[in-house]
Design a protein around this ligand. Sequence first.
Ligand SMILES: [Zn+2]
Length: 389
Amino acid sequence: MHKSIIPEKRISDTSLTKEELQRYSRHLIMPEVTAEGQKRLKAARVLCIGAGGLGSPAALYLAAAGVGTLGLVDFDRVDLTNLQRQILHGTKDIGRSKLQSARDRLRDINPDIAIELHECRLSSENAQRIVADYDVIVDGSDNFATRYLSNDVCVFAGKPNVYGSVFRFEGQTTVFAPQLGGPCYRCLFPEPPPPESVPNCAQAGVLGVLPGIIGMLQAIEAIKLIVGIGEPLIGRLLHFDALKVTFRELKVRRDPECPVCGENPTIVAPIDYDQFCGAGKDESVPAISVQELKGKMDARDAFELIDVREPFEFEIARIDGAKLIPLGEISERADELHREQTFIIHCHSGVRSAQAVQLLKKRGFANVFNLEGGIDAWSEFIDPAVPKY
Ligand SMILES: [Zn+2]
C-alpha cells in the first residue's frame, strides 16, 4: 500500500458531515477506504483537462465519489456531434458553454463539492498557474498540443498526470509521475509527431462508449492516488481494444535522457504546439477565411474550390460548387487542374487542405489558398444548413 498524495495537514483539517457519512456509506464500509479515505477524497483537489469524451465520465464519477474540489478546463461549446460520447452534456445544452453545462450536471450529482471552472484553452501562458492549485491532473484532452503541455507542466510542478487517449475502437491509459518513479509522456514520445502524420481530431472517429471506459479508468487511478490504495498505473500503460475485448499491459520506463524529466532537461518552460488540429497558422501556407470565400463567391470571382476530404465526408456535407479530389489523389490528379487558375482548397477543419496547398505549390501552382477552419467553419459562420460532423 502506498501513501496518499494529499498533504497530511489538509486531511486532518477535513471532517465529514452526517449527510456525507450517509452519502458515501458504500465507501466507508470498505476497510481499504473508511472515513479516513473519504476525508482524503474530500480534501483532494483534482483538475480535469477537457469536459469532453474522457472528461465526462471522469468528472461524473469523481464528483459522485466525493472529491472535494473538482477543477475543469475547457473553452468549447456543446455541439450535437458531442452527445454521442460526452455524457456530461444533454440535448438541452447544445450551444451552451461546456463548463456551464458540466457544472449544472455535477452539482446535481453532488451539491457538496466545490467546482472550479477554467474557461480557456490550456496554453503555455496559463497552464502552470492552473495546474499549481491541484493535487492530481486527469488529462482528457484530445490533441497533442494540450497533451504535451499538460505533461510538461505536471513534471515541472511534480504532480501526477493521469493520461488517457482514445482512437476509433482502442484506448489507453497510464499515470505519468516521474516524482513517484514512473516515466512521463516525453520519456515515451520525446517530441510531438509532425502534424501531417496525425489524424485530425475530428476525422478519425471514436466509438462513443470507448472514452467512457478509459475516462472511468482515469477516475479510478486518481481516486487510488488520493486514497492511497492499490497499485497505481505508474510505469504501466494499459491498452484496451474494444473489438477484441482485450486489455494489454505494457511496461513503460523512465528515460534518463528525457528532455523534460531526465537528468539534463532541455525543456524547462511550457511550449505551445499550436500547429496541430488547425489551431495555428503555418506561414508557408497562404490562407483565406470562410468570410473571404463567401465574399469571393458573392462577387463571382474566378476561382476553383477543391475539397480534399474523403468521398464519405463529401456525402455527409459539402460546399456548393466544390470539386472533390481526396488528399491522397492530389499529386496524381494535379494535371486535371490549370496552373494559372486560382484555387481555394478546403477539408474538414483545415489541416489536410494545408498539406494539399503545399503539394500544389511544389508542383508549380502559384495561386492556391487554404480555407481556414474548413467546412466546419463554413457551417459555423456562413451556412448552418451544411451539416457538422
Ligand atoms: Zn520524462
